[in-house]
Design a protein around this ligand. Structure first.
Ligand code: CMP
Length: 125
């Protein structure tokens, strides 16, 4: 998912190009906007965390793009391309290192397992 900070910075094309250049095929795309309730549901695994409210407020603050990608070993490969959650810790050349503002405004979200992919993709497709 491309998050509101990257949308505001006009980074959709750049981010999709990184995915395509890394061998992913784009299967589907959807622009949407989360309500606070939907954002809370999307991020429900984090509901006990101190940053939860800040996160849901931010992710529902503007439009997002749901991106359905395919390739072999997709979850692992995409997380490598995206980089660490905190851009300060992300390796050079990763999407977050190059495009994120901070740990909340970190440009993109990528599913961390097949199970979370199944849950998260339903919000868009
Ligand atoms: P994301 O990959 O979308 O999954 C959960 C999000 O919670 C994460 O990216 C960050 O944007 C956010 N997050 C994780 N840890 C922190 C933190 N310590 N402070 C603020 N936000 C965080």
């Amino acid at each position: 998912m491309i998050k509101p900070d990257a949308m505001r910075k006009n980074l959709i094309g750049e981010i999709l190009k990184r995915a395509e250049d890394a061998g992913f095929k784009i299967v589907d795309l959807k622009v949407g906007k989360f309500s606070l309730t939907q954002a809370r549901k999307f991020y429900q695994v984090h509901q006990e965390k101190s940053f939860f409210e800040k996160l849901v407020k931010f992710v529902s603050s503007g439009k997002v793009v749901g991106v359905l990608l395919t390739r072999r070993n997709a979850v692992k490969k995409l997380r490598k391309l995206v980089g660490a959650t905190d851009p300060k810790e992300a390796k050079r050349g990763t999407i977050r290192r190059d495009f994120a503002t901070n740990v909340t405004k970190n440009a993109v979200h990528a599913s961390d397992s097949a199970q979370s992919f199944r849950y998260e993709s339903k919000f868009f497709f």
